[in-house]
Design a protein around this ligand. Structure first.
Ligand code: BGC
Length: 527
């Protein structure tokens, strides 16, 4: 007997309780029905309860591993994070996000793969297959057209059918058909006038009828507007909590058929049956570290090189606080509490390299620190400088968008001054989205490390010294400036309707067709 057969034994009240979560992490508690836990990814398990977060290996961001263009690497990372779930008996990993990068300033772009639906779909499928190879479920999100954070709870993405299908739904379709994720999470926003949480066209007509999806549909946290409508539209599980009395009245008043409730409950019970098979397993700490370091190394992109790399100089000067405290991820529900601080300085030391180090600036500050700055400049004269640049920690986050593409002023000023005295400058960028590179002429070489997780410095060091070839390629176009994208005219405008006027002309599709100059193209990367 399968668990979903138990549906006949449940009272209406129990069915109503079952279709909403018990708390932020768990499904409802009903006698004889197993409970399941679901926790955020995608960069590691973010298990946070009673104000306490369990530390885990922090893996590179999805925006970073997308630069690997390597399904196998992404699969491995998914598998490794699922091992973290197994250790904590978490049944469902709330990842990956496969939303399209419609605009370069979307705050959550670091959690997404690409501007290209094929690449996002392929890598999303690899991630899901990696997770699910262990018996843990993956939950693809945010379905659909969640492409900005500004006003995310209330905006309405207005999209023509061609763009909706070919750009915004395409990665989901690929993941669903190829990898069969256990769950799909709806987005907060509305699509063409209807909230995703109660959008029948998305949740039933397309997802279930066209794509033959058989898994669970869940709400984004607190995203349900009208629970009765959302049940009718095909949203099975409301998370993390929902109102139950209203539903009971709706059934009594024949506004909601018990059969409609049953459909949701069946999907929930099918999910719980799979979840119940999970057994707690030990984790292999070395294996975790190895995968995190490997995928980070695979994802480094060489954006410029006049021949200075790999280093042959006996001695280098390292400048920039991020060299010692690497920026490893973005903020929001995907933030993992790492086990350790990643430091390129530590790595260079243990690799026996000859170098001196100066912080140069203060992390998370726009202001120049005179002492740090002059110390770095005075010691860089005539030498080869390795300079680390990154945006403030809070610049890439959930629930708001980035304000601009510029790096902090103090870092730009310092680069300028260093370029007047140093023999050579190699810039390392630690960011999850494109930054303005108007300064690129001052650098002899530029490496994009991305948000590499807590074991990124090992591969980076090997790449700097030619022990490893940088093989990453950009998974998104780097525009020259804000104001050159087709989606500029309607992005983060603080109004309900967001008109996707550019239709399918997203990313390279637009820059190519309109012949717009860019900084680095989609797919670019030297070796
Ligand atoms: C985010 C989801 C996340 C959920 C649970 C929401 O705010 O949009 O991506 O899975 O919270 O933490």
């Amino acid at each position: 007997m399968s668990l979903s057969d138990k549906i006949n034994e449940l009272t209406i009240e129990q069915k109503i309780i079952l279709q909403t979560g018990k708390d932020i992490l768990r499904t409802a508690k009903i006698a004889e029905i197993p409970q399941a836990m679901m926790v955020d990814g995608p960069h590691g398990l973010r298990l946070c309860e009673n104000g306490k977060t369990t530390p885990q290996v922090a893996f590179p961001s999805l925006s970073t591993i997308a630069n690997s263009w390597n399904r196998e690497a992404v699969w491995k990372m998914g598998e490794a994070i699922a091992r973290q779930c197994q250790k904590q008996t978490v049944a469902l990993l709330l990842a990956p996000g496969v939303n399209i990068k419609r605009h370069v300033l979307c705050g959550r772009n670091f959690e997404y793969f690409s501007e290209d639906p094929f690449l996002a779909g392929e890598l999303g499928a690899a991630y899901v297959m990696g997770v699910q190879s262990t018996g843990i479920g993956a939950c693809v999100k945010h379905f659909a057209a969640n492409n900005q954070e500004s006003g995310r709870l209330a905006t309405n993405s207005v999209i023509d059918e061609k763009a909706l299908r070919e750009i915004y739904l395409a990665p989901f379709e690929r993941v669903i058909k190829k990898a069969k994720p256990w769950a799909v999470m709806c987005s907060y926003n509305a699509v063409n006038g209807e909230y995703s949480s109660q959008n029948k066209k998305l949740l039933t007509d397309i997802l279930r009828k066209e794509w033959d999806y058989e898994g669970l549909t869940i709400s984004d946290w607190w995203s349900v507007d009208d629970r009765i409508e959302s049940i009718k539209a095909g949203l099975d599980l409301e998370m993390p909590r929902g109102e139950t009395r209203k539903l009971l009245n709706a059934v009594k008043e024949n506004k909601l058929a018990e059969a409609e409730l049953d459909t949701c409950c069946r999907h929930i019970l099918d999910f719980l049956e799979k979840a119940d098979k999970i057994t707690q397993t030990k984790i292999d700490p070395d294996g975790q570290k190895k995968v995190a370091a490997e995928v980070a190394a695979e994802s480094v992109v060489l954006l410029k090189n006049d021949g200075i790399l790999p280093f042959t100089d006996d001695h280098i000067v390292v400048v920039g606080s991020y060299a010692d405290t690497c920026r490893i991820g973005g903020k929001g529900s995907s933030e993992v509490k790492p086990l350790q601080k990643d430091s390129v300085i530590k790595q260079l030391k243990s690799a026996g390299k000859s170098f001196e180090y100066y912080p140069g600036y203060i992390i998370n500050s726009e202001k120049t620190n005179r002492r740090y700055e002059s110390e770095a400049i005075n010691n860089s004269k005539g030498k080869t400088v390795l300079f680390f640049m990154a945006d403030p920690d809070l610049s890439e986050a959930e629930s708001y968008d980035r304000e601009n593409m510029s790096l902090p002023l103090c870092q730009l000023r310092l680069l300028n001054k260093l370029s007047l005295v140093a023999k050579n400058i190699v810039v390392v960028l630690q960011c999850g989205a494109p930054v303005d590179c108007a300064w690129s002429k001052m650098a002899n070489a530029i490496l994009l490390q991305g948000l590499a997780g807590e074991y990124g410095s090992e591969g980076l060091t090997k790449i700097l010294y030619g022990e490893l070839s940088p093989s990453g390629k950009l998974a998104e176009t780097w525009p020259l400036t804000i104001g050159s994208q087709a989606s500029d005219s309607d992005f983060a405008q603080k109004k309900r309707n967001v008109f996707y006027k550019e239709s399918i002309y997203v990313g390279y599709r637009y820059f190519d067709s309109a012949r717009i100059r860019i900084a680095f193209p989609f797919g670019f990367g030297l070796s």
